[in-house]
Design a protein around this ligand. Sequence first.
Ligand SMILES: C[S@@+](CC[C@H](N)C(=O)[O-])C[C@H]1O[C@@H](n2cnc3c(N)ncnc32)[C@H](O)[C@@H]1O
Length: 362
Amino acid sequence: MTLHDRLIERIRARGAMTFADFMDAALYDPQDGYYTTKAAIGFDGADFLTSPELGPAFGRALARAAIDCWTGIGKPAHWDIVEAGAGRGILMRDLLEALAKERAEAARTARPAIVEVSPRLREQQALALEGKELRWASVAHALAPIRGVVFANEVLDAFPVHVLVRAEDGVREVYVDAKDGALVETLRAPSHPDLRYRVPDSLPVGGRWEVSLGAESWVAQLAAAIAQGYLVIIDYGGEEADLLARGGAGTVRGFSRHRLVADALAAPGDHDLTASVNVTAIRRAAEGAGLTLAGMTTQRDALIGLGVREAYGRPTAPIDQLRAASKRSAIDVLLEPNGLGAYTVLCFAKDAPADGLRFLAR
Ligand SMILES: C[S@@+](CC[C@H](N)C(=O)[O-])C[C@H]1O[C@@H](n2cnc3c(N)ncnc32)[C@H](O)[C@@H]1O
């Protein structure tokens, strides 16, 4: 039985489910969830692309960020480099390789670890990182106390969101119901009383507002696991004011083979589902859990601050010039002001200084 059919059965037995529960099932159902069983990240035959997939420049830049974090906490005898939500493991692989080249002492004393929920992606990570000593955990507190740095690239956008709508008569929540054998949207009273108060007053009637309680509590769990050091989050989205400027158009969307999916409710589990990150809400969650905002910037400025453009010299041999040009064009994609370069980089600190971090320098 497909996940679609199982969800219809569940709705018939127990009633309509929140969109957040639907999205959770579509992405993380143990049998058929997209991330559990099908996630395909990269170029060929994949559904979407992330920065580490564009070549080693991203990992090399983040290795420099890790060196700054290591320096910030006083270069302890042992320190942690954690990647939360590591996809195919490409970033961790490139980062560790670059770290060994750039700062042998930091590489030798580092304890790398990954926090990952997807069994399928864990397998891919193990392949990418074969031969490296690494710990895996499905929850951050299994790695506590973390002393070092935690990176989370494009992870928060993969958390389920509650979708709220400002109706004429108050705030409603989007639920998923079954009708004539199909999954359809329906509006109900908010599933948690708090959700009603999360909708900004200026959201117009008919406008949608997304709240990711899951992403917020995940960030709080990471914060609790960090004893000393930094949490670096990179993702698409914006501050509440930016999201409001969209006039209440929701941001939930699906991707399959690099194309937008027309109906996010059709074929759950077969394609990715994502929502833009509410940076303001994440900041509040992190600060409420004991972290301090060390700084916020764009991916473009962070990578330039880390010297991403200085990585390739000016070779003389024609073939090396071609190689350098292709690497430069991958870097241009990472820096694209209307694309990956516009992603938000948030850096939080606990018992660690905010200065001396090159990626926050510009
Ligand atoms: C959009 S992918 C990004 C992967 C990778 N960071 C990259 O840039 O290619 C989201 C990743 O987060 C993982 N993930 C989702 N929810 C998670 C959770 N609660 N804890 C840890 N990892 C999670 C997914 O399995 C996947 O590896």
